[in-house]
Design a protein around this ligand. Structure first.
Ligand SMILES: [Zn+2]
Length: 380
């Protein structure tokens, strides 16, 4: 048994004992075309449980205390995959872009650039002829600014998503005065691996103003609301709900990132990030249930972008980073919720993080194009 399998079995046993789910080993029945029924009205929301959480602090026996909402509210009604392997580069932007393209991107993680492969936003919009307002990406920082579309000739920016960088929008709303920026330091931290970067840098002011106008956001309201929020991810969820209530997009990709504060080396802040992310995931599910545009027609996917280094990984420093490429850093989980997927089921067959894009194409009924990830037949 290798380390990936050991982690998977640990999650499976824990879930079975805790929620009484049934197991379903991989079966080769023909694909049930769940997307073929009412595909035009189905919606899909992807949340990356980011950035970088280990089993030790989530689905292990010791970690359960930090994820009460995932464990008690969401997992029991989900189709849960115990072994999701990320075989790509373990950098947050390149890994998240790979999830969106369904192909392992290989670009420099610290350079803002479009993905090489078309994104699910482009496949979705082009194949189903959907307007731009039907696909949105809420992203955590400047590096992700071009994640909404590739430069592929057949697809490209004209078929891409609307991209929101919440911190940059807030920075724009606050204006250029430095004293105001100082009042929101935590909300404006752009990147946990590059603390020198703040949200106000490199922003395209015209683009920010266009998005603010498109969202019909009142800068004064945004400033007031932001003062009640405690983290960038709370700001991202606030913006996501605003988009859902305003445009009700069919495809929504929310990238959470608070957990990556672990790079600071403060274990307590890392745990606080996990607790908050757990709460925000439940908050999003509650929003789906309370919004008639989403209730009973939305599939919610929750998956970490990747893990973090194990305590005993040579060359690592425990939870702090994700540099060793060990099983602890590569092996995660995924849950899918909603009427289009099987519920209360635990799947042990290993899948890869890039398979999520193929799953989304199945739910929404669009051609997966150049997606390299594979369909996940156990979902339906
Ligand atoms: Zn990180």
């Amino acid at each position: 048994m290798n380390e990936h399998q050991r982690l998977s079995l640990s999650r499976r046993d824990f879930l079975l004992s805790t929620i009484g789910a049934t197991t379903s080993l991989y079966c080769s029945h023909p694909l049930r075309a769940f997307a073929s029924t009412n595909s035009t009205r189905q919606k899909a929301i992807i949340i990356t449980f980011g950035g970088g959480a280990r089993d030790d602090e989530t689905f292990s026996v010791d970690g359960q205390q930090y994820i009460p909402n995932l464990l008690n509210t969401l997992a029991p009604q989900s189709c849960f995959f115990t072994q999701v392997i990320n075989r790509g580069i373990l950098g947050h932007y390149v890994a998240t872009a790979s999830i969106a393209t369904g192909a392992y991107e290989t670009f420099d993680n610290f350079v803002a650039q479009p993905p090489a492969h078309p994104t699910i936003f482009e496949y979705f919009r082009k194949d189903l002829r959907r307007p731009r307002e039907d696909a949105w990406l809420i992203a955590p920082g400047n590096l992700f600014a071009q994640m909404g579309a590739s430069h592929n000739r057949r697809y490209g920016p004209d078929a891409g998503a609307e991209v929101i960088l919440p911190k940059q929008l807030l920075a724009a709303a606050l204006g250029p005065q430095a004293p105001q920026l100082d009042a929101y330091p935590d909300l404006l931290r752009d990147n946990y691996e590059r603390p020198d970067m703040t949200a106000g840098q490199n922003q395209d002011q015209d683009e920010m103003e266009r998005i603010v106008h498109r969202l019909n956001l009142d800068p004064a309201d945004l400033r007031t609301q932001a003062a009640t929020l405690h983290s960038p991810d709370e700001l991202s969820v606030y913006m996501t709900k605003h988009v859902m209530r305003t445009f009700a997009p069919s495809l929504l990709f929310l990238t959470l990132h608070d957990i990556d504060v672990a790079h600071s080396g403060a274990y307590s802040l890392y745990l606080e990030g996990i607790r908050r992310t757990d709460r925000l995931c439940a908050d999003m599910w509650a929003e789906i249930q309370s919004n008639p545009e989403y209730k009973d027609k939305t599939t919610l996917f929750i998956m970490p972008d990747f893990g973090r280094d194990g305590d005993n990984d040579p060359g690592g420093n425990g939870f702090q980073h994700h540099r060793t490429g060990s099983a602890s850093a590569r092996t995660t989980w995924m849950m899918a919720l909603g009427p289009a997927v099987r519920q209360k089921t635990v799947i042990e067959r290993p899948i890869e993080s890039i398979d999520l894009a193929a799953a989304v194409s199945g739910v929404l009924g669009f051609d997966a194009g150049l997606v390299q990830g594979k369909r996940i037949p156990e979902l339906a």
